[in-house]
Design a protein around this ligand. Sequence first.
Ligand code: ZN
Length: 245
Amino acid sequence: MVAQGAPLSLSRRSLLATSARVVGVGTLASWLGCLAAPMDGAAAIAAALTPDRADLTPSQALEKLLDGNQRFVHRQRQNPHQDLSRLSQVAQTQTPFAAILSCADSRVIPEIIFDQGIGDLFVVRGAGNLATRQGIASQEFGTLVLGARVLMVLGHSRCGAVKAALSGVALPGQIDSLVEAIKPAVDDSANQTGDRLDNAIKMNVQRQVKKLAMSPVLGRLVEQGQLQLVAGYYNLDTGKVSVLG
Ligand SMILES: [Zn+2]
């Protein structure tokens, strides 16, 4: 998931080590300067670390993502960046244009449904597409350090994790922790008209987007116009991804 198979521990030391490879020593030095300075941390770090992606605005990145989904839906996949020749282009560095926080559901595969390939998407997956602490950290890395311009939380129809939270049945092991995290979305959507499960799924996506927006790092990128946070919903029957308002 992270460049050169580095462990995704975002302790300062490991982030520095990874960043040294990703953004180069000169940039890293300036970041170190930022860290040493009295911190208006996120702004200074963002300025020092974010790769130059002037070629792509957040709205263009979203358009690129949705265009890929249109190709998928209309059986016009181009399967870009999926053969061995792509490896040499991204072996030393990665600059994914989009970051996705999606459910772990085996039917929701970002690279396929957005018609993208190796090095295009920075993907974090887990049942119920929850913005956990580590998930947020990963996405801070994918956007701030690697330069993804759009970050989409992607829920989907008939999500089993949300269904479990809706049923209220006690589940074994740590599955219950998922239910606990999704339960507020079930409660918040309880009075909405329409399909109860679908409402809870969409509310859960919106809640995770809000959670991501509370990260000072991601919030600042949004404020600076370098990142767009988006709620998405994948229809298991049609393959279409809709942006939730
Ligand atoms: Zn799911």
